[in-house]
Write a protein that binds this ligand. Sequence first.
Ligand SMILES: [Zn+2]
Ligand SMILES: [Zn+2]
Length: 136
Amino acid sequence: MNAIINIFREKKLKLTPQRLAVYKYLMNTTNHPSAETVYTAIQPEYPTMSLATVYKALKTLVEVNLIQEINVCEGNFRYDGNIKSHPHIKCINCKKVEDISSLDLNYLNEDANKHTDFRILFSQVYFYGVCKDCDK
Ligand SMILES: [Zn+2]
Ligand SMILES: [Zn+2]
């Protein structure tokens, strides 16, 4: 908890219970939840918090680069407490999103550099497939 408070101070971010709750939740999950999922999960502990407040807290946390938005072809973003660039894989059946942490895609940026005039800064790579549970 103290670590989070220090991080917020560093980012000059006002410590609101809402932001803390949302950030704490994201730091403790690798499920890549949507705003709705975050809202439902913290609802029991913060019954007065609205979905709009959760959205606002998420937006603020993305802006100061404490969390990242990921876009897995849904109407809404999913959120990740891990801000390092890493590839994701989504199950097209149950919609679960996981990290592929051990896959290093630096070579991909270098390779792409050879094909464009742009100076590549980062990339977001998403894979789609069927997870083990759904593949039974
Ligand atoms: Zn699945
Ligand atoms: Zn992730």
